[in-house]
Design a protein around this ligand. Structure first.
Ligand SMILES: C[S@@+](CC[C@H](N)C(=O)[O-])C[C@H]1O[C@@H](n2cnc3c(N)ncnc32)[C@H](O)[C@@H]1O
Length: 378
């Protein structure tokens, strides 16, 4: 069985193929974080009737459901909490900026850890709820919530430097719909020299999996639909990476690190990259797909570095994993290496979408293959 089938983590339901069609069909936040959330932050509803589906589509973060999903992802939220609480000595009396504060949860962790003042910025209408949350918890003097795009706001009182930036910016496959650009903008504008970013490092990995059942059900299905050849649709299905939970039993190769992002030094142009990879098989099996996952860690300002992974070998998070099906299955013997090149770039028209290409080469005992695939995360 392929990635998913009832094994989903926080989000529920079966896998999410990344495409504009999904976003248009479902629109709302529950589909997956951030879909549709990059548009205008304006929510046009009146107080009496509340936000409409159209409003949620334009601003998916304005619905509490997506915040519930993120908060309930304990791997995510507890690691942020621990990285702040266990380093309370570092937060004490510091000025902190929370980029994309959502409910204000990270801002409140920082305040509880002893920060002098925390500025939480969010472009979503949900910022208005965050203001209420902060006040309900008696933190209004210590935490200021600002509704607006980080690229467009000024911090009140003429504050022009902060000591620490906290942000949960990661998207599917690390960079899909990611708001890393916005965090880098904030870093360059406000972070004091020697200041810290929480988290400050991210790594992206690839691994090979066996996935015959799911491939046959979702990809090869189009070869013979009630006796008709719909192979052209199969080509479309292959273009879309699948976001879902992969069973660790399906993993047939060692992982390969393909990208490290040091948030202290990375620049936006580094997010357009090509990385060679080599995946060593640890058993004789077929490889139907390559799977991407990431980890992040909190190092700067930390006595004890903390972090979490979104890989298939650990407890699932709401990011699950991202599965890239190969055109043809590879028959790989233990010890052989699938090598290739992984290329990722923000789409030219919409920089929160990703264009990915994967070239694979296998010179094996049972299989000699060279293939090149392109994928679109929309
Ligand atoms: C992944 S959520 C994280 C929410 C919260 N920090 C948490 O950990 O639960 C990201 C938030 O960033 C906000 N956001 C995205 N891009 C932004 C930008 N350029 N300026 C301000 N807020 C942004 C979204 O509205 C969303 O609420």
């Amino acid at each position: 069985m392929g990635p998913n089938k009832g094994k989903n983590a926080a989000a529920g339901g079966s896998g999410t193929a990344i495409s504009g069609v999904d976003a248009a069909a479902d629109g709302l936040a529950e589909l997956g974080r951030g879909l549709g959330g990059v548009g205008s932050p304006e929510v046009s509803s009146t107080e009496e009737d509340g936000p409409t589906a159209k409003d949620y589509y334009a601003d998916s973060y304005s619905h509490f459901g997506i915040h519930e999903e993120m908060l309930k992802d304990q791997v995510r939220t507890k690691t942020y909490m621990e990285s702040i609480y266990q380093n309370a000595w570092y937060f004490k009396d510091k000025v902190v900026l929370d980029v994309g504060c959502g409910t204000g949860i990270l801002s409140m962790f920082a305040a509880k850890a002893g920060a002098k003042h925390v500025y939480g910025v969010d472009m979503s209408a949900f910022a208005d709820h965050a203001k209420v949350i902060v006040a309900r918890n008696g933190l209004a003097d210590q935490v200021t919530i600002i509704r607006g795009k980080i690229e467009e706001v000024e911090l009140p009182g003429g504050v022009d430097k902060v000591d620490i930036i906290i942000s949960e910016w990661m998207g599917y496959c690390l960079l899909y719909e990611s708001m890393l650009d916005s965090v880098l903008f904030a870093r360059d504008k406000w972070l004091v020299k020697g200041g810290a970013l929480f988290p400050d490092r991210a790594n992206l990995y690839l691994v090979g999996i066996e996935d015959a059942e799911y491939r046959s059900e979702k990809i090869d299905y189009w070869d013979d639909v009630y006796g008709f050849d719909m192979g052209n649709v199969k080509e479309l299905a292959l273009l879309e990476p699948l976001v879902d939970c992969v069973d660790n039993e399906q993993v047939t190769t060692a992982p390969c690190l393909i990208k490290t992002i040091d948030l202290n030094t990375v620049v936006v142009s580094d997010l357009d990259f090509a990385a060679p990879f080599s995946l060593k098989a640890h058993r004789d099996d077929f490889c139907h797909a390559l799977v991407a996952y990431f980890d992040v860690s909190f190092n700067g300002g930390c006595h004890k570095p903390l972090g979490f992974s979104t890989g298939p070998h650990v407890r699932n998070t709401h990011w699950k994993q991202t599965v890239f099906y190969l055109k043809e299955a590879l028959c790989v013997c233990s010890g052989e290496e699938i090598s290739g090149l992984f290329t990722m770039a923000p789409n030219k028209k919409n920089n929160r979408d990703l264009d990915i290409s994967i070239e694979v080469v296998l010179d094996g005992q049972r299989c000699d293959a060279r293939d090149s695939m392109t994928y679109r995360m929309r």
